[in-house]
Design a protein around this ligand. Structure first.
Ligand code: PHE
Length: 453
């Protein structure tokens, strides 16, 4: 396989490397931390079905489109949109789409890093045996005491940001590719083991029931928005991460096939995480809607009581932190790529600046769990506001624009050539989804939320 493009960040060494990096970006806290807790908050089954539908009808077509735009332009998202509008003879305002992506990435990373810090702190807690034979109450107290301490959260947030910057500074394919190659499959195995543990609890079927039996009366328009937003979040769509990765992808690779593979792996990990967590929730009389602490209040119970749980606990949180790391680098890569390619920053300087800004923003999330927990905007804490703004608004808006651009603005023969699908029917199906179904659904959900529909 030949890789023609050599940019400041390097090109992927193989198709497998791209799949690994894009899966690394997709699979992260979104699957293991966020999916279970928002499913718990939104009543289970019905929410899961909406989420799955969104992945299939909106997420996958947009993932194909976003990778395509990246590969066609071979540029960072802001410049990519400039190059592509030129090619299509369209209005230049489209480059604001790239801007929004860069900003969304930094905003997401600001809170993502705080939560990844929690996962990192839990490696140490697992190591020192804090969970051994602990009951649900003790585990909850460990979590509550931890998030009540701004100093501890700042420490772990800083450590995680530092790790992210150290990797990003070296470019995407130095070392991380290799690390992800082993760690991602191991994470998969470990989640399977946790599902095994969940099967031994009395509440296994209650957990499955909660996750897969839809009760549509529990679905509000905001849950639909959350499910849709999460489809974007979990697949890393709508902010340019996949576009940047696509820009390093060689021309002879089937984008559609790759997108299915990545979305499939991502969805399986999320569902398995749910299957592992909810039985533990019910077996210990915990509440599925306990919020962002859900995995930290449930999984340690399993680690504390199962055979080999000490080691499993350590490994699990190590892998969670690594999965978060491979997502974090893709959140900041659009900003760094833009500073390097357009603003003549050295890669080091670009990393330091974007890292510092993100770190400082992250303090807002840190404090929203303790000293500023009463500070509310529109009834939301700073963390909740950032999450809502990015996952529920910016990513879907970004995705909507990517769909409209790919379906309506880009010339048909260009997208057809770039996607190079095996047959005309597949292309037509994608074209239909990207022109009508995906943007139409996003639009309808928004209308519903603001009460027009
Ligand atoms: N997809 C990542 C996750 O599920 C988060 C992410 C969102 C990464 C957007 C990049 C871009 O954890």
């Amino acid at each position: 396989m030949t890789y023609t493009k050599k940019t400041v960040h390097g090109a992927w060494s193989s198709r497998f490397a791209f799949i690994l990096a894009a899966t690394g970006s997709a699979v992260g806290l979104g699957n293991i931390w966020k999916f279970p807790y928002i499913t718990g908050e939104n009543g289970g089954g019905a929410f899961v079905i909406v989420y799955l539908l969104c992945v299939l009808l909106i997420g996958i077509p947009i993932m194909i489109a976003e990778t395509m735009l990246g590969r066609r332009s071979q540029k960072n998202p802001i410049e990519a949109m400039e190059v592509l509008t030129d090619e299509a003879g369209a209005d230049h305002n489209w480059h604001y789409l790239g801007w929004m992506g860069v900003i969304a990435g930094l905003l997401i990373l600001s809170y993502y890093s705080v939560i990844a810090g929690w996962a990192s702190a839990y490696i140490l807690k697992a190591f020192t045996g804090s969970f051994l034979d602990a009951d649900a109450l003790t585990i909850k107290k460990i979590f509550d005491d931890f998030v009540a301490s701004p100093i501890q959260l700042i420490f772990w947030h800083s450590l995680f940001m530092l790790a992210t910057m150290l990797i990003v500074v070296r470019g995407v394919n130095n070392g991380l590719e290799k690390a992800a190659q082993y760690l991602m499959p191991s994470l998969f195995v470990l989640i399977f083991a946790l599902v095994g543990y969940a099967m031994t609890t009395d509440s296994y079927f209650q957990g499955l029931h909660f996750l897969f039996m839809p009760d549509f009366s529990k679905l509000t328009s905001n849950s639909v928005l959350t499910a849709m937003g999460h489809a974007f979040f979990t697949l890393s769509l709508g902010m340019g991460a996949i576009m940047v990765y696509g820009s390093y992808l060689s021309k002879n690779i089937s984008i559609a096939k790759t997108a299915f593979l990545i979305a499939g792996a991502d969805t399986v990990v999320a569902l398995l995480a749910g299957i592992a967590i909810f039985p533990i929730v019910f077996a210990n009389n915990l509440h599925p809607n306990s919020g962002p602490g859900l995995i930290f209040e449930t999984l340690p119970i399993a680690f504390g009581s199962m055979t080999g749980g000490w080691l499993m606990g350590i490994l699990f949180f190590v892998m969670l932190a690594v999965a978060a790391l491979t997502s974090a680098i893709s959140l900041i890569e659009p900003a760094v790529a833009w500073l390097v390619e357009n603003k003549d920053f050295t890669r080091e300087k670009a990393c330091v600046w974007s890292g510092l800004v993100t770190w400082a923003l992250g303090l807002g999330t840190v404090f929203s769990f303790n000293i500023w927990s009463n500070v509310k905007f529109f009834d939301r804490s700073i963390f909740q506001l950032l999450d809502y703004l990015t996952a529920n608004l910016m990513l879907p808006i970004g995705g909507f624009c990517i769909a409209v651009f790919s379906g309506w603005i880009m010339k048909k023969h260009h997208s057809e050539q770039e996607l190079n699908m095996p047959n005309e029917t597949s292309y037509q199906i994608w074209k239909l989804l990207i022109s009508y179904v995906a943007p139409g659904s996003v639009f309808l959900v928004f209308l519903h939320v603001i009460g027009v529909l």
